[in-house]
Design a protein around this ligand. Structure first.
Ligand SMILES: Cc1cc2nc3c(=O)[nH]c(=O)nc-3n(C[C@H](O)[C@H](O)[C@H](O)COP(=O)(O)OP(=O)(O)OC[C@H]3O[C@@H](n4cnc5c(N)ncnc54)[C@H](O)[C@@H]3O)c2cc1C
Length: 465
């Protein structure tokens, strides 16, 4: 390891490692520093990868208990929760090794250092008593789950997504506090695994970043599956009972629980970075202020991923921002992301996905929305797989018939959304999409069918026209 590098990257998650790969390609002498979470950061270790691994298995259990096909039932269901968690941990280790450890060790221009970094000046950081100088910096330290200050919290068994992915048993009674992607995914996952789940939601909607009808649909499906949802509700205090259970008191309810899972957002990990020493300005919520090119208030320091104050904090945006930060700081490329074109997805069943603007945002474009919707019971493939839950909503500019946004809830919505991204990116019109031949029968046909519904009564057409 040297005392001086052209680039120092703080944080070895999606954003940091993507930056290291690009810096290596450009032959920039680089140091990447990581600590707290293992290399790979949140997504591979305690986020996207393990959660989707466990969600898929919990869904399989639910499907066996609730068969979709009348002609097929499985009478003998056995599963060992510990085996699911253990195999998830092994899978995560293999993904971390393959996608992060091996990749990083193959980069000849990049050194790796394990340790917590903080700034001592605009050009220097300290890691384990060693001062290291950098020409430029990329801050990619991620974020940590919020824990609220509620009276009695220190007495009870509370967890975040990290512990929820490493539990020994399925809790009998689980409270999930929150209404975003993580809250929804974990609430349904543990419900499928057998917990009695109560969601406590401060507002009146689940996942308010999507179309309100989609929030209503997922709420309805959750309730049908037995998940209790308490909206407009706050926990006022917690208490521990004598039999190791806890009690959560809300304005109207008293809920007995084994565990409480907090999924109420995350705070950027900037508290101990000494950003003042580096002249990097941050917001009250501890996120770093950046411009659209990812530069901070210090032009030699960039910030990427969960730590900055841009929209859609995801693995996908973190990785792309890491690459862009290197291109902008060393090659003056002025690259940036159009966040409107970044698709979002929630891995519930049915899943939720969308891209582009929402109905409520159309008025800001001084245009009137032409909104087309179609239920999945109009999609032959949904009938074949016997899961017709959900619908699609397409947001169209009435003046020129350009498709501005597409949002849906359905079986595998997260897997079929990418066609919608291309449609919105390429400013396609409803007539373009309605004439595109799609494979029959597929769930993706929903994009063609909803477009055709603009001019046709779908009940009067055969399968394909
Ligand atoms: C449960 C869950 C599920 C998710 N599922 C998805 C999904 O399905 N799809 C998706 O796109 N996104 C998902 N996300 C979001 C995604 O995981 C994050 O947006 C992404 O991992 C952020 O990457 P990052 O590089 O900014 O930060 P991180 O991946 O968190 O990496 C930051 C690294 O820096 C380290 N660090 C912190 N401080 C210091 C310091 N001072 N010195 C050195 N190192 C430091 C951290 O410990 C960590 O290793 C999920 C998140 C959660 C919590």
């Amino acid at each position: 390891m040297k005392d001086k590098y052209q680039l120092i990257i703080i944080g070895g998650g999606a954003g940091g490692v993507a930056a290291a790969i690009k810096a290596n390609e450009l032959k920039i002498s680089t140091l990447i520093i990581n600590s707290i979470l293992p290399l790979g950061g949140t997504c591979v270790n305690v986020g996207c990868v393990p959660s989707k691994y466990m969600i898929e298995r919990s869904k399989y259990i639910f499907d066996i208990k609730n068969p979709r096909f009348d002609s097929i039932t499985i009478s003998d269901l056995n599963f060992n929760f510990k085996d699911i968690v253990d195999s998830q941990i092994k899978f995560v280790e293999s993904m971390r090794e393959e996608k992060y450890e091996k990749v990083l060790s193959s980069l000849e221009n990049v050194d790796f250092l394990e340790g917590k970094a903080s700034f001592v000046s605009e050009k220097k950081i300290i890691v384990k008593d060693k001062i290291i100088e950098g020409g430029k910096f990329i801050i990619a330290v991620g974020s940590t789950a919020n824990i609220p200050q509620i009276p009695g919290i220190e007495e009870i068994d509370y967890i975040t997504h990290i512990e929820a992915l490493h539990m020994k048993d399925v809790p009998e009674d689980l409270i999930v506090i929150g209404s975003g992607a993580v809250a929804l995914e974990f609430a349904q996952m543990y419900s499928h695994l057998g917990s009695n789940v109560t969601m406590i939601v401060r507002g009146d909607k689940l996942f308010k970043e999507t179309e309100p009808e989609i929030s209503e649909y997922i709420e309805k499906y959750f309730i049908e599956e037995g998940i209790k949802i308490l909206k407009n509700t706050n926990v006022l205090k917690f208490e521990k009972t004598n039999n190791h259970k806890g009690i959560a008191y809300t304005e109207r309810n008293k809920i007995i629980f084994d565990k409480v899972l907090f999924a109420i957002g995350k705070t950027p990990n900037t508290a101990n970075l000494n950003l003042e020493k580096a002249k990097v300005v941050y917001n009250n919520n501890l996120s770093i202020k950046v411009d659209k090119f990812l530069a901070t208030s210090n032009p030699d320091i960039y910030a990427v991923g969960d730590v900055n104050d841009l929209p859609k904090r995801l693995e996908t945006t973190a990785g792309r921002e890491g690459t862009i930060a290197v291109l902008n700081s060393f090659e003056k490329k002025n690259a940036f992301i159009d966040y409107n074109l970044v698709p979002y997805g929630i891995f519930t069943h049915p899943s939720i996905a969308g891209v582009g603007i929402l109905d409520k945002d159309v008025s800001s474009l001084s245009s009137e929305c032409l909104c087309l919707t179609l239920d999945f019971d109009k999609v032959p493939k949904a009938k074949i797989i016997n899961d017709t839950r959900g619908f699609i909503k397409m947001i169209i500019n009435k003046e020129n018939e350009e498709i501005l946004g597409i949002h849906l809830i359905s079986h595998d919505a997260v897997d079929i959304i990418h066609e919608a991204s291309l449609v919105v990116k390429n400013k396609m019109k409803v007539s373009d999409l309605s004439q595109m031949i799609h494979i029959f029968p597929t769930l993706s046909e929903v994009f063609k069918l909803v477009s055709q519904s603009y001019q046709l009564d779908l009940s009067n057409i055969s399968c394909c026209i």
